[in-house]
Design a binder for this molecule. Structure first.
Ligand SMILES: O=C(O)CCC(=O)C(=O)O
Ligand SMILES: [Fe+2]
Length: 353
Protein backbone atom coordinates (compact mmCIF):
# COMPACT_ATOMS: atom_id res chain seq x y z
CA UNK A 1 0.00 0.00 0.00
CA UNK A 2 1.24 3.48 -0.75
CA UNK A 3 1.65 5.64 2.35
CA UNK A 4 2.03 8.93 0.52
CA UNK A 5 2.73 10.19 -2.93
CA UNK A 6 6.51 10.69 -2.77
CA UNK A 7 6.64 12.82 -5.88
CA UNK A 8 4.63 15.97 -6.12
CA UNK A 9 2.85 17.28 -9.16
CA UNK A 10 5.47 20.04 -9.28
CA UNK A 11 8.25 17.53 -9.63
CA UNK A 12 6.32 15.79 -12.36
CA UNK A 13 6.04 19.03 -14.30
CA UNK A 14 9.75 19.46 -13.80
CA UNK A 15 10.33 16.13 -15.50
CA UNK A 16 8.58 17.40 -18.57
CA UNK A 17 10.41 20.70 -18.56
CA UNK A 18 13.64 18.73 -18.31
CA UNK A 19 12.52 16.53 -21.15
CA UNK A 20 11.99 19.57 -23.33
CA UNK A 21 15.39 20.99 -22.49
CA UNK A 22 17.07 17.59 -22.85
CA UNK A 23 18.73 17.94 -19.45
CA UNK A 24 19.50 14.95 -17.20
CA UNK A 25 16.35 13.28 -15.76
CA UNK A 26 15.96 13.40 -11.94
CA UNK A 27 17.52 10.44 -10.12
CA UNK A 28 14.13 8.95 -9.14
CA UNK A 29 13.54 8.09 -12.81
CA UNK A 30 16.89 6.39 -13.41
CA UNK A 31 17.03 2.61 -13.68
CA UNK A 32 19.93 1.05 -11.75
CA UNK A 33 21.96 0.46 -14.84
CA UNK A 34 22.14 1.27 -18.51
CA UNK A 35 19.59 -0.95 -20.29
CA UNK A 36 21.52 -2.18 -23.26
CA UNK A 37 19.38 -2.42 -26.38
CA UNK A 38 16.22 -0.86 -24.97
CA UNK A 39 16.51 2.41 -26.80
CA UNK A 40 19.22 1.97 -29.40
CA UNK A 41 17.28 -0.16 -31.86
CA UNK A 42 19.43 -3.26 -31.38
CA UNK A 43 16.65 -5.46 -29.92
CA UNK A 44 15.04 -7.76 -32.47
CA UNK A 45 11.67 -6.79 -33.91
CA UNK A 46 8.83 -9.33 -33.87
CA UNK A 47 6.20 -9.87 -36.45
CA UNK A 48 3.08 -10.09 -34.28
CA UNK A 49 0.62 -12.65 -35.76
CA UNK A 50 -2.51 -11.07 -37.28
CA UNK A 51 -6.01 -12.26 -36.51
CA UNK A 52 -8.99 -11.25 -38.64
CA UNK A 53 -11.73 -10.62 -36.10
CA UNK A 54 -14.48 -10.63 -38.74
CA UNK A 55 -13.62 -14.26 -39.54
CA UNK A 56 -14.21 -15.34 -35.91
CA UNK A 57 -17.95 -15.03 -36.56
CA UNK A 58 -17.86 -16.42 -40.10
CA UNK A 59 -20.95 -18.48 -41.05
CA UNK A 60 -18.52 -21.19 -42.19
CA UNK A 61 -17.60 -23.20 -39.05
CA UNK A 62 -14.25 -24.32 -40.49
CA UNK A 63 -13.25 -20.69 -41.17
CA UNK A 64 -14.23 -19.40 -37.75
CA UNK A 65 -12.53 -22.33 -35.99
CA UNK A 66 -9.31 -21.83 -37.99
CA UNK A 67 -9.22 -18.11 -37.12
CA UNK A 68 -9.92 -18.88 -33.44
CA UNK A 69 -6.97 -21.29 -33.52
CA UNK A 70 -4.75 -18.54 -34.93
CA UNK A 71 -5.86 -16.31 -32.05
CA UNK A 72 -5.26 -19.04 -29.46
CA UNK A 73 -1.86 -19.94 -30.85
CA UNK A 74 -0.71 -16.27 -30.85
CA UNK A 75 -1.94 -15.77 -27.27
CA UNK A 76 -0.14 -18.86 -26.04
CA UNK A 77 3.11 -18.16 -27.93
CA UNK A 78 3.41 -14.37 -27.60
CA UNK A 79 0.58 -13.39 -25.26
CA UNK A 80 -0.60 -10.99 -27.95
CA UNK A 81 -1.79 -10.67 -31.52
CA UNK A 82 -2.68 -7.93 -33.95
CA UNK A 83 -6.41 -7.61 -34.60
CA UNK A 84 -7.58 -6.49 -38.03
CA UNK A 85 -11.18 -6.05 -39.23
CA UNK A 86 -12.12 -5.46 -35.60
CA UNK A 87 -15.12 -3.27 -36.32
CA UNK A 88 -13.56 0.20 -36.01
CA UNK A 89 -12.30 2.20 -38.99
CA UNK A 90 -8.89 3.89 -39.24
CA UNK A 91 -10.67 7.23 -39.42
CA UNK A 92 -12.41 6.58 -36.12
CA UNK A 93 -9.18 5.39 -34.46
CA UNK A 94 -7.56 8.61 -35.67
CA UNK A 95 -10.30 10.60 -33.95
CA UNK A 96 -9.53 8.68 -30.73
CA UNK A 97 -5.85 9.58 -31.13
CA UNK A 98 -6.86 13.18 -31.82
CA UNK A 99 -8.81 13.58 -28.58
CA UNK A 100 -5.83 12.18 -26.66
CA UNK A 101 -3.46 14.65 -28.31
CA UNK A 102 -5.90 17.53 -27.83
CA UNK A 103 -6.20 16.66 -24.14
CA UNK A 104 -2.43 16.61 -23.57
CA UNK A 105 -2.03 19.91 -25.40
CA UNK A 106 -4.29 21.64 -22.84
CA UNK A 107 -2.64 23.80 -20.18
CA UNK A 108 -1.85 21.97 -16.94
CA UNK A 109 -4.61 23.86 -15.01
CA UNK A 110 -7.15 22.47 -17.46
CA UNK A 111 -5.89 18.87 -17.22
CA UNK A 112 -5.68 18.94 -13.43
CA UNK A 113 -9.41 19.74 -13.23
CA UNK A 114 -9.68 15.98 -13.71
CA UNK A 115 -6.76 15.12 -11.42
CA UNK A 116 -6.55 11.76 -9.69
CA UNK A 117 -7.22 12.26 -5.98
CA UNK A 118 -4.76 10.62 -3.62
CA UNK A 119 -5.83 7.02 -2.93
CA UNK A 120 -7.72 6.69 -6.24
CA UNK A 121 -6.51 5.28 -9.51
CA UNK A 122 -8.99 7.15 -11.69
CA UNK A 123 -8.21 10.57 -13.13
CA UNK A 124 -5.36 12.55 -14.66
CA UNK A 125 -1.82 12.36 -13.33
CA UNK A 126 0.86 9.84 -12.55
CA UNK A 127 0.22 6.52 -10.81
CA UNK A 128 0.30 6.12 -7.06
CA UNK A 129 3.77 4.91 -6.18
CA UNK A 130 3.67 1.73 -4.06
CA UNK A 131 6.40 1.10 -1.47
CA UNK A 132 9.50 -0.51 -2.95
CA UNK A 133 8.53 0.62 -6.42
CA UNK A 134 11.60 0.80 -8.63
CA UNK A 135 12.33 3.77 -10.80
CA UNK A 136 9.52 6.14 -11.73
CA UNK A 137 7.77 5.99 -15.09
CA UNK A 138 8.46 8.85 -17.54
CA UNK A 139 4.82 9.25 -18.41
CA UNK A 140 1.64 11.19 -18.00
CA UNK A 141 -1.67 9.39 -18.00
CA UNK A 142 -5.41 9.87 -17.85
CA UNK A 143 -7.20 6.75 -16.62
CA UNK A 144 -10.99 6.38 -16.61
CA UNK A 145 -13.57 3.60 -16.48
CA UNK A 146 -15.47 3.77 -19.77
CA UNK A 147 -17.97 0.93 -19.20
CA UNK A 148 -20.38 -0.11 -17.73
CA UNK A 149 -22.43 3.08 -17.59
CA UNK A 150 -23.20 2.86 -13.85
CA UNK A 151 -19.49 2.77 -12.89
CA UNK A 152 -18.43 5.78 -14.96
CA UNK A 153 -17.19 8.73 -12.90
CA UNK A 154 -17.77 11.67 -15.20
CA UNK A 155 -15.79 14.13 -13.05
CA UNK A 156 -12.62 12.53 -14.45
CA UNK A 157 -13.77 12.81 -18.06
CA UNK A 158 -12.65 15.92 -19.92
CA UNK A 159 -15.84 17.75 -20.82
CA UNK A 160 -15.76 20.96 -22.83
CA UNK A 161 -12.03 20.64 -23.57
CA UNK A 162 -11.32 18.86 -25.81
CA UNK A 163 -14.89 19.24 -27.07
CA UNK A 164 -15.27 15.79 -28.64
CA UNK A 165 -13.65 13.73 -25.92
CA UNK A 166 -16.80 12.31 -24.33
CA UNK A 167 -18.63 11.58 -27.55
CA UNK A 168 -15.66 9.83 -29.18
CA UNK A 169 -14.66 7.81 -26.12
CA UNK A 170 -18.25 6.72 -25.45
CA UNK A 171 -18.65 5.60 -29.02
CA UNK A 172 -15.35 3.73 -28.82
CA UNK A 173 -16.44 2.04 -25.57
CA UNK A 174 -19.51 0.55 -27.24
CA UNK A 175 -17.39 -0.74 -30.12
CA UNK A 176 -14.91 -2.24 -27.66
CA UNK A 177 -17.67 -4.06 -25.73
CA UNK A 178 -18.65 -5.81 -28.96
CA UNK A 179 -15.03 -6.59 -29.83
CA UNK A 180 -14.35 -7.99 -26.36
CA UNK A 181 -17.20 -10.45 -26.66
CA UNK A 182 -15.91 -11.66 -30.04
CA UNK A 183 -12.39 -12.07 -28.70
CA UNK A 184 -13.55 -13.94 -25.57
CA UNK A 185 -15.63 -16.27 -27.75
CA UNK A 186 -12.66 -16.85 -30.08
CA UNK A 187 -10.40 -17.59 -27.10
CA UNK A 188 -12.88 -20.15 -25.71
CA UNK A 189 -13.43 -21.75 -29.14
CA UNK A 190 -9.69 -22.15 -29.63
CA UNK A 191 -9.57 -24.22 -26.42
CA UNK A 192 -12.56 -26.37 -27.49
CA UNK A 193 -14.79 -24.81 -24.83
CA UNK A 194 -18.36 -23.64 -25.25
CA UNK A 195 -17.99 -20.27 -27.01
CA UNK A 196 -19.81 -18.46 -24.18
CA UNK A 197 -17.58 -19.95 -21.49
CA UNK A 198 -15.18 -16.99 -20.98
CA UNK A 199 -17.97 -14.44 -21.48
CA UNK A 200 -19.79 -16.06 -18.56
CA UNK A 201 -16.64 -16.32 -16.42
CA UNK A 202 -16.13 -12.54 -16.83
CA UNK A 203 -19.67 -11.50 -15.86
CA UNK A 204 -20.35 -7.86 -16.70
CA UNK A 205 -16.91 -6.60 -17.75
CA UNK A 206 -15.44 -3.35 -16.50
CA UNK A 207 -13.56 -1.50 -19.20
CA UNK A 208 -10.87 0.98 -18.21
CA UNK A 209 -8.99 3.21 -20.64
CA UNK A 210 -5.54 4.56 -19.96
CA UNK A 211 -4.42 7.41 -22.21
CA UNK A 212 -0.61 7.44 -22.07
CA UNK A 213 1.78 10.21 -23.06
CA UNK A 214 5.52 9.56 -22.89
CA UNK A 215 7.51 12.77 -23.32
CA UNK A 216 10.82 12.53 -25.13
CA UNK A 217 13.72 11.86 -22.81
CA UNK A 218 17.44 12.62 -22.93
CA UNK A 219 18.35 9.25 -21.36
CA UNK A 220 16.25 6.50 -22.95
CA UNK A 221 19.04 4.09 -22.02
CA UNK A 222 18.42 4.71 -18.29
CA UNK A 223 14.71 5.70 -18.12
CA UNK A 224 11.53 3.82 -19.07
CA UNK A 225 8.20 5.33 -20.06
CA UNK A 226 6.57 2.41 -18.29
CA UNK A 227 8.43 -0.10 -16.13
CA UNK A 228 8.03 -3.74 -17.12
CA UNK A 229 4.76 -5.24 -15.93
CA UNK A 230 1.95 -7.58 -16.87
CA UNK A 231 -1.57 -6.15 -17.07
CA UNK A 232 -4.06 -7.09 -14.34
CA UNK A 233 -6.90 -7.31 -16.89
CA UNK A 234 -8.29 -10.39 -18.58
CA UNK A 235 -7.73 -8.86 -22.03
CA UNK A 236 -6.10 -5.55 -23.00
CA UNK A 237 -6.53 -3.69 -26.29
CA UNK A 238 -3.63 -1.40 -27.15
CA UNK A 239 -3.94 1.41 -29.66
CA UNK A 240 -0.36 2.28 -30.49
CA UNK A 241 1.17 5.51 -31.73
CA UNK A 242 1.11 5.52 -35.53
CA UNK A 243 4.66 6.78 -35.92
CA UNK A 244 6.69 6.41 -32.74
CA UNK A 245 7.77 2.97 -31.60
CA UNK A 246 8.29 2.01 -27.95
CA UNK A 247 6.22 -1.01 -26.94
CA UNK A 248 8.47 -3.96 -26.00
CA UNK A 249 7.63 -7.48 -24.99
CA UNK A 250 9.45 -10.30 -23.17
CA UNK A 251 9.25 -13.58 -25.06
CA UNK A 252 9.08 -16.95 -23.28
CA UNK A 253 12.77 -17.58 -24.04
CA UNK A 254 13.72 -14.48 -22.02
CA UNK A 255 14.43 -12.24 -25.03
CA UNK A 256 13.04 -8.67 -25.05
CA UNK A 257 11.74 -7.70 -28.48
CA UNK A 258 10.44 -4.51 -30.10
CA UNK A 259 6.89 -4.44 -31.40
CA UNK A 260 6.80 -2.25 -34.50
CA UNK A 261 4.27 0.57 -34.85
CA UNK A 262 0.93 -0.84 -35.83
CA UNK A 263 -0.69 -0.47 -39.24
CA UNK A 264 -3.17 2.38 -38.87
CA UNK A 265 -6.31 0.36 -38.34
CA UNK A 266 -4.94 -2.57 -36.32
CA UNK A 267 -5.30 -2.99 -32.57
CA UNK A 268 -2.92 -5.02 -30.45
CA UNK A 269 -4.70 -7.60 -28.27
CA UNK A 270 -2.76 -8.61 -25.19
CA UNK A 271 -3.42 -11.13 -22.43
CA UNK A 272 -3.60 -9.85 -18.88
CA UNK A 273 -3.05 -11.90 -15.71
CA UNK A 274 -6.74 -12.79 -15.44
CA UNK A 275 -6.76 -14.08 -19.04
CA UNK A 276 -3.85 -16.32 -18.06
CA UNK A 277 -5.75 -17.54 -14.97
CA UNK A 278 -9.10 -18.15 -16.72
CA UNK A 279 -7.30 -20.11 -19.46
CA UNK A 280 -5.45 -22.15 -16.80
CA UNK A 281 -2.13 -20.96 -18.20
CA UNK A 282 -2.89 -21.85 -21.84
CA UNK A 283 -2.57 -18.15 -22.68
CA UNK A 284 0.29 -16.14 -21.21
CA UNK A 285 0.19 -12.59 -19.88
CA UNK A 286 3.44 -11.18 -21.31
CA UNK A 287 5.76 -8.85 -19.43
CA UNK A 288 5.97 -5.63 -21.40
CA UNK A 289 7.39 -2.11 -21.04
CA UNK A 290 7.40 1.28 -22.72
CA UNK A 291 10.70 2.51 -24.15
CA UNK A 292 11.52 6.17 -24.82
CA UNK A 293 13.53 8.13 -27.33
CA UNK A 294 15.32 11.47 -27.46
CA UNK A 295 13.46 12.87 -30.45
CA UNK A 296 9.71 12.53 -30.07
CA UNK A 297 6.97 12.08 -27.52
CA UNK A 298 4.93 8.89 -27.90
CA UNK A 299 1.31 8.15 -27.09
CA UNK A 300 -0.71 4.99 -26.60
CA UNK A 301 -4.12 4.02 -25.29
CA UNK A 302 -4.39 0.82 -23.27
CA UNK A 303 -7.92 -0.47 -22.70
CA UNK A 304 -8.16 -2.99 -19.87
CA UNK A 305 -11.10 -5.41 -19.88
CA UNK A 306 -11.61 -6.61 -16.34
CA UNK A 307 -14.02 -9.23 -14.93
CA UNK A 308 -16.96 -8.09 -12.80
CA UNK A 309 -15.65 -7.33 -9.28
CA UNK A 310 -17.97 -9.81 -7.55
CA UNK A 311 -17.14 -12.74 -9.84
CA UNK A 312 -14.85 -15.46 -8.54
CA UNK A 313 -12.13 -15.89 -11.16
CA UNK A 314 -10.25 -19.13 -11.63
CA UNK A 315 -9.40 -21.62 -14.36
CA UNK A 316 -12.52 -22.19 -16.52
CA UNK A 317 -14.41 -25.37 -15.60
CA UNK A 318 -13.98 -27.07 -18.96
CA UNK A 319 -10.20 -26.78 -18.71
CA UNK A 320 -9.77 -28.66 -15.44
CA UNK A 321 -10.11 -32.42 -14.89
CA UNK A 322 -8.10 -35.30 -13.36
CA UNK A 323 -5.47 -35.10 -16.05
CA UNK A 324 -5.34 -31.28 -16.18
CA UNK A 325 -5.29 -29.87 -12.64
CA UNK A 326 -6.02 -26.20 -11.90
CA UNK A 327 -2.78 -24.23 -11.99
CA UNK A 328 -4.10 -21.14 -10.19
CA UNK A 329 -6.12 -20.46 -7.04
CA UNK A 330 -9.44 -18.67 -7.36
CA UNK A 331 -9.59 -14.98 -6.61
CA UNK A 332 -12.22 -12.24 -6.41
CA UNK A 333 -11.52 -8.65 -7.53
CA UNK A 334 -7.93 -9.34 -8.58
CA UNK A 335 -7.71 -5.81 -9.94
CA UNK A 336 -8.04 -4.27 -6.48
CA UNK A 337 -5.01 -6.22 -5.20
CA UNK A 338 -3.14 -5.65 -8.46
CA UNK A 339 -3.39 -1.88 -8.16
CA UNK A 340 -1.75 -2.04 -4.73
CA UNK A 341 1.04 -4.39 -5.73
CA UNK A 342 4.40 -2.91 -6.71
CA UNK A 343 5.69 -6.06 -8.41
CA UNK A 344 2.88 -7.43 -10.50
CA UNK A 345 4.55 -10.79 -11.18
CA UNK A 346 4.46 -11.49 -7.46
CA UNK A 347 0.68 -11.26 -7.40
CA UNK A 348 -0.03 -13.82 -10.11
CA UNK A 349 2.83 -15.97 -8.81
CA UNK A 350 1.16 -16.03 -5.38
CA UNK A 351 -1.90 -17.66 -7.02
CA UNK A 352 0.03 -20.46 -8.72
CA UNK A 353 -0.68 -23.95 -7.38
O1 LIG B 1 2.42 2.40 -24.07
C1 LIG B 1 2.47 1.22 -24.32
O2 LIG B 1 2.84 0.80 -25.40
C2 LIG B 1 2.08 0.21 -23.29
C3 LIG B 1 1.02 0.69 -22.36
C4 LIG B 1 0.76 -0.29 -21.28
O3 LIG B 1 1.34 -1.34 -21.22
C5 LIG B 1 -0.20 0.02 -20.21
O4 LIG B 1 -0.74 1.15 -20.19
O5 LIG B 1 -0.42 -0.89 -19.37
FE1 LIG C 1 0.50 -2.70 -19.77
Amino acid sequence: MAAADPISAGERDLAQVLAASCAEPPAAYLQNEVMAGVADGTLPVIDVPQVDISLLSSPCPATSKAEAQKLGSALSTYGCCLAVNHGTTSAFLDSVRDVLNDFYRLPLEEKTRHARPFGNWEGYGFDEIPDNYGSLDWSDRLMIMISPEEHKKMQYWPEAKPPNFRRIVEEWASKLEVLLEKVLKGMATSLDLDEKSFVEEMGEPRIVARFNLYPKCSRPDRVLGLNSHTDGSAVTFLLQDKEVEGFQLLLKDGQWVRVPVTPTDALLIKMGDQGEIISNGEFKAPLHRGALNTQRARTSIAVFCIPEAAKEIGPAKGLVDETRPAKYKKITDYERDYLQESNHRTLIDSLKL
